[in-house]
Design a protein around this ligand. Structure first.
Ligand SMILES: O=C(O)CCC(=O)C(=O)O
Ligand SMILES: [Fe+2]
Length: 316
């Protein structure tokens, strides 16, 4: 447990396996891990986290078995119809990119996951529902710990409860495929910043994720180890922390002659009920003037492509 420090070839790495929302709070190990997390998010906007509470069996069941099976179901297209599943069934496809993604909001609610599963498997699929729920439960603990460490490092632990209540979790399933239509391009997903607060990527054996350094002169390879996940901060957290946290540009490159790559991304985003992002006044002063005017998250997400950056949309 605790900090493993920086890594000249990759993102900083931290082991949070022995810590949890109910264990380790306030200990020396917690403080050391918190410092690594805070520094990594400030300088890189991300880090590799060792979290062996999600063991190899769960990772394999989800990414080696269920996610490939999901994408093989013809009914996967039904999930793209927002009228059917207004809050989560979004299918993203980028013209010319070998990439498909499915979104599931609130994967911690069993009835939501079961309803989602029934679209793909009309008879239901308890293995899918239980596995997704189990993975989401572990990821929720991890992401809550990361949010707590960030708020503590900013001296805002008194905001923790209201902050967490203002968020929901979501899960994204992604499939990349290399075929003759890609014209030899190695880009799987083009350069972007996530809109979210935090995203936790599980690459599961097949590399490809690259994160740009803050000064933008180099790409860092996020190497997929069997027991690590890649944590990335998004624009919502960058705005909320008044720029203390960096939201890194990242992309996916499919350089190996692989046929398919599957990943799962677990994220925190504002709740659908109140999605206003407001920087706490404690983080604004003469030395740190407000960087982003308050904005409604889902309104921004809808027009993000037209603006190109959060700064262009609501920079103060
Ligand atoms: O598939 C990956 O490794 C990263 C996916 C990603 O960046 C995203 O979904 O926003
Ligand atoms: Fe991303």
């Amino acid at each position: 447990m605790g900090s493993l420090g920086g890594n000249s070839n990759g993102l900083p790495k931290v082991d949070l396996s022995g810590l949890g929302p109910k264990c380790g709070l306030g200990t020396e190990a917690w403080g050391a891990a918190r410092s690594t997390v805070a520094l990594a998010l400030q300088n890189y906007g991300g880090f590799e986290v060792v979290y062996d509470r999600v063991g190899p069996d769960l990772r394999n069941e989800l990414l080696g078995q269920l996610v490939p099976e999901m994408f093989s179901k013809p009914a996967v297209r039904v999930l793209s119809d927002e009228r059917q599943l207004a809050t989560h069934g979004v299918l993203f496809m980028r013209a010319g990119l070998p990439f498909v993604a499915l979104q599931l909001a609130q994967p911690n609610c069993m009835n939501v996951v079961q309803e989602y599963a029934r679209i793909l498997w009309p008879e239901g699929n308890d293995f899918f529902s239980n596995t997704v729920k189990k993975y989401a439960g572990q990821m929720e603990e991890l992401i809550q710990m990361i949010h707590r460490m960030i708020l503590e490092s900013l001296g805002l632990e008194n905001h923790y409860d209201s902050h967490m209540k203002s968020l929901i979790n979501s899960m994204r399933f992604l499939k990349y495929y290399k075929d003759s239509s890609d014209n030899g391009s190695s880009i799987g997903l083009s350069s972007h910043q996530d809109s979210t607060f935090i995203s936790i990527v599980c690459q599961h054996n097949v590399e490809g994720l690259e994160v740009q350094t803050a000064v933008g002169d180099e790409w860092i390879y996020a190497t997929p180890f069997a027991n690590t996940f890649t944590v990335l901060a998004g624009e919502a957290f960058m705005a909320w922390t008044n720029g203390r946290i960096h939201a890194p540009i990242h992309r996916v490159k499919l350089t190996k002659p692989i046929e398919k790559r599957y990943t799962v991304v677990f994220s925190t985003t504002p709740s659908f009920v109140d999605d206003m992002i407001n920087t706490p006044e404690e983080l604004v002063d003469a030395q740190n003037p407000l960087l982003f005017k308050p904005f409604k998250y889902y309104d921004y997400v809808k027009v993000k492509k037209d603006f190109g950056s959060l700064k262009a949309y609501c920079g103060a």
